[in-house]
Every structure is written in C-alpha cells, then in structure tokens.
Design a protein around this ligand. Structure first.
Ligand code: ZN
Length: 214
C-alpha cells in the first residue's frame, strides 16, 4: 500500500509538490526551495521567522510579531500582526487586528470574534460565524452564519447568508451557480430559509438579513 501523501504548496504560492504525510521537510519540485513541514506552537511574544507548511497555532498569550509568515494551516487564539500566507485554513478564535494581507484556501472566523483586516483578504472560501471587517476577494463560496457580520467589500463566487447574518458594504457575486456559469448576473445561493432580499432591487425585508448595496 502506498504511504499517504500530502500536497505541499511552495512558498511562492504557485507550485504544488507531493510529500509523504509524515515527512518533516521536502523540496519544491519546481524551484527546489527547502520547505519545512514541521508544526509550530507559539506561546509567547515572538519575532521568530515562521516559514513552514506545517500547522501553526498561536496560543492565547502568544503573538507573532513578524511582518509576514507562511504556514499550512493556522489557528489564532493570540495575536498576529503581519501578512499571513497559509496553504489551507486560517481560523480566528479570538479578536484580531491584522495589518498585513491574508491569503489562504479557507478562512474561518468563529462566533463572538471580531477580526479586522487592513489589507485585502484573498481566499477560496470563507465561513463567517463572527464579525469580519475587510475587503474580501473569494473565488468560491462565502458562508455567513446567523451571527456573522461582514463589513467592507465582498467579491465572491457565491454567497450563502443565513437569516440574521449581515453584509454591510458593496457586494459583488461574480456569478457561478449550480447550473453553471452565469453571464454577469447577480446570484445569491441560499442554503436555509428564505433569502430576504433581491439583489440589487430590494434592499431589506422584515425579519431577515439586510444587505446594503453601496
Ligand atoms: Zn517552488
């Protein structure tokens, strides 16, 4: 039986190599860059240069003070200041103000957390259970839960908004629904309940979510 393997994204954000799931390092098959695969736990204030495709956890009293770092997935219970380049998921479990940009496959903001991003957020998918203030560029699905709040601008492939969830800002749904590509129409995908408005003609409805189109 073949050993389980994982995909490893080069730090250039482009080339993907294969490595053993248990490997602690690998080399990019495209450019030869050494890629650390070890996990990192941050429990103190640190200026450590983080450059791994392992998983990074910034614990409660931990702080990452560098200007940029790379990781596989990232869990934030403490604080991060600089740009985040993650191959997979970035999960905020606390309030945070991020001065740099965020690039990752999936971004998750947990309930009762408010995350402010000064620079743009580039993701494939976003799940918002808490509050996010940002300029979001999502190629795929953005899911906003009943306590989710997005302030800023949203460019998304698709948007799912639960009753109670809110987007406050300019919304652009690029247009790809389950039936295939749409030619520049506004498309909103609803998973549950009745979507309380139509884009862009009607702006709100009683008892539901509100989207204000700027
Ligand atoms: Zn490379």
């Amino acid at each position: 039986m073949p050993l389980p393997r994982r995909e490893v994204l080069c730090f250039d954000g482009k080339a993907v190599s294969k490595a053993s799931a248990k490997a602690t390092s690998t080399q990019c098959s495209n450019c030869g860059t050494f890629i650390d695969l070890r996990d990192v736990d941050i429990r103190v204030r640190s200026t450590q240069r983080i450059r791994t495709r392992g998983n990074v956890t910034v614990h409660k009293k931990g702080a990452l003070l560098g200007t940029a770092f790379h990781c596989g997935s990232l869990v934030i219970e403490g604080s991060v200041a600089g740009s985040i380049y993650a191959q997979e998921t970035v999960e905020f479990r606390t309030h945070a103000k991020v001065l740099g940009e965020i690039r990752c496959r999936h971004l998750l903001v947990e309930k009762r957390c408010h995350v402010q991003c000064i620079q743009p957020v580039h993701v494939q998918t976003l799940t918002l259970q808490g509050q996010l203030t940002a300029r979001v560029l999502a190629s795929g699905l953005v899911q906003i839960g009943r306590q989710g709040r997005l302030e800023g601008t949203l460019n998304a492939g698709r948007l799912s908004l639960e009753a109670g969830g809110l987007v406050d800002g300019a919304v652009m749904i690029a247009g790809r629904d389950d039936r295939g590509p749409a030619s520049g129409r506004w498309i909103v995908k609803v998973d549950r309940g009745v979507f309380p408005f139509k884009i862009p003609s009607r702006r709100s409805a009683p008892g539901g979510s509100v989207v204000r189109i700027n």
